[in-house]
Design a protein around this ligand. Structure first.
Ligand code: OXD
Length: 309
């Protein structure tokens, strides 16, 4: 069976080596091999150009090299082939560390010390809150969102969740739907957005959303840049001097040098680095799904194409 591998990661050789090792009975092609695309049955991809997608007519499963699948389903030639995405505990744990690091930077006012250090200023102790006195609202409770929510809950933060519909009641955290967005944002001292890129989430974090947040609150975006109206956020930051953001994802990545966020006050920028995709554990997950498919002939796509994630 032939596998096609495509990505533009810096460490793509490492990925390729690991795929070759973990799929030992299969020939793994890359673009350099100039494969006969009609013979490719499985494709492991990230940011595949549509010109190649168009040629992959007989693929039975697309494996996404990350948690997101927008890079596949937004391609005009994608034809509803099942997708397996990375749902990896290692990724979720790393994402939780990232979120917690941003929360602590805000909570312990570390950003003040960082700024003061540049000016060689000794600020002394600052008044800071305990975890139990901080309410964190998580927007988007998929696999990663749920993991992050539990992680923070176990650290004694007060955690709320916002999702499209409430299905199960057993969740430890209080869930809100969009109908109660007002209340959810009113209660949250910190909002963490882990939304995927879909038609419904485009610019969901806009002027109205930001105005409903507390004036002196903190927004962390680790979902997708498309979900945030960057223009509205810049205006909001300029009007609200005690509003803070940590942005890991942007409409254009890498963030262009002339983007205003680079020099804007109260903004922490990280370069789409909140959750590294762990090569070995991700490929192990793919191998397991692949073996199950070979055994049963069945594959359940991880993506609901109506919801878009
Ligand atoms: C992902 C990402 O989707 O890194 O995994 O954005």
């Amino acid at each position: 069976m032939s596998i096609f591998f495509y990505c533009n990661f810096k460490n793509k050789k490492q990925w390729l080596n690991s795929i070759n090792k973990k799929f030992p009975k299969h020939k793994v092609f890359t673009i350099k091999d100039k494969p006969d695309f009609s013979k490719i049955k499985y494709a492991i991809v990230w940011n595949l150009p549509d010109t190649i997608m168009k040629k992959l007519k007989n693929v039975k499963i697309f494996f996404s090299l990350g948690a997101g699948v927008d890079h596949i389903i937004n391609l005009p030639s994608y034809n509803k082939t099942p997708i397996v995405r990375v749902k990896d505990i290692n990724m979720a744990e790393r994402m939780s560390y990232h979120v917690h690091s941003q929360i602590l930077t805000y909570q312990l006012k570390l950003y003040l010390f960082q700024k003061a250090q540049i000016q060689k200023k000794w600020l002394g102790e600052q008044n800071t809150k305990l975890n139990k006195d901080i309410t964190i609202g998580i927007v988007g409770l998929g696999f990663l969102g749920n993991y992050v929510a539990d992680y923070l809950y176990n650290l004694n933060y007060s955690v709320l969740g916002l999702k499209r519909e409430i299905r199960q009641k057993e969740s430890k955290i209080k869930i809100f739907t969009e109908k109660n967005l007002n209340k959810f944002l009113n209660l949250s001292d910190i909002v963490v957005s882990i939304l995927p890129d879909t038609k419904k989430t485009k610019n969901l974090i806009n002027k109205k959303f930001l105005n409903l947040m507390k004036k002196n609150s903190f927004l962390i975006n680790i979902g997708r840049g498309s979900t945030l109206n960057e223009h509205d956020l810049l205006l909001h930051l300029n009007k609200n001097k005690n509003f803070f953001v940590s942005l890991d994802v942007f409409k254009t990545e890498p963030l262009p040098k002339n983007n205003k966020f680079w020099t804007q006050k109260n903004v922490i920028i990280t370069p789409h680095a909140a959750a590294l995709t762990d090569i070995d554990s991700s490929i192990d997950l793919m191998v397991n799904r692949f073996k199950h498919f070979k055994k049963t002939g069945k594959i359940k796509s991880d993506v609901n194409l109506i919801k878009g994630y």
